[in-house]
Write a protein that binds this ligand. Structure first.
Ligand SMILES: Cc1cn([C@H]2C[C@H](O)[C@@H](COP(=O)(O)OP(=O)(O)O[C@H]3O[C@H](C)C(=O)[C@H](O)[C@H]3O)O2)c(=O)[nH]c1=O
Length: 179
């Protein structure tokens, strides 16, 4: 695996190096030892989730969980295409409230690692898009927090106008202008 840093410390593009042969390819998608050696800490997924999105330009997020339920996640696309975004929410971070984004598509050989302390969201760029999550913690209802995808304080350059957004995601509080 190759670990490609982004503008936000810890948010990392994880690229696999498929082994090709006459049958096709074989690729390692995750390894705790390689993640630890890359400085991403002890990421050992507790649950794996599938987000199935029917319409193009479906937007989900931006979501995060506060300590002690903060969660790291490894996100990849198994069908379709997304623009995937992470926002730094770590107090004292030099990139606090900065965002970074990357396109993930169905070849599934690129993933985005979002560490604890960052919010995550995506917009689909194709219909029938499936997003696969490896989650660093078990899900517990009631711990979900969110940022507005259109918060002017974040100024995320989404590549499309969202067509489908859950009411929950339309109603997260805006960050104050003072942050
Ligand atoms: C996150 C989660 C949800 N659920 C249940 C709760 C609801 O009944 C249903 C949909 O949950 P929610 O509306 O929170 O799903 P999304 O809006 O896609 O949220 C996810 O999308 C953003 C972009 C993320 O990064 C998070 O992984 C997650 O917050 O699945 C579970 O059973 N387990 C889980 O881990």
């Amino acid at each position: 695996m190759r670990f490609v840093p982004t503008a936000i410390a810890g948010v990392t593009i994880v690229e696999t190096e498929p082994r090709l042969d006459g049958r096709g390819a074989f690729a390692r998608l995750y390894c705790p030892l390689e993640f630890a050696a890359a400085g991403l800490g002890d990421f050992r997924p507790a649950q794996v989730n599938l987000s199935r999105n029917t319409a193009r330009h479906t937007l989900r997020g931006l979501h995060y969980q506060d300590p002690p339920r903060a969660e790291a996640k490894l996100v990849r696309v198994t069908r379709g295409r997304i623009f995937d975004v992470a926002v730094d929410l770590r107090p004292g971070s030099p990139t606090l409230y900065r965002w970074t984004g990357t396109v993930l598509d169905e070849d599934g050989l690129r993933a985005l690692f979002i560490p604890e302390g960052c919010a995550h969201g995506f917009i689909t760029l194709a219909p029938e898009t499936d997003v696969l999550y490896q989650m660093g913690r078990n899900f517990e209802p009631g711990w979900g927090r969110g940022l507005r995808y259109d918060d002017p304080r974040l100024a995320i350059a989404w590549p499309a106008v969202p067509a489908v957004v859950d009411d929950k995601d339309r109603n997260w509080p805006l960050l104050g202008a003072d942050v």
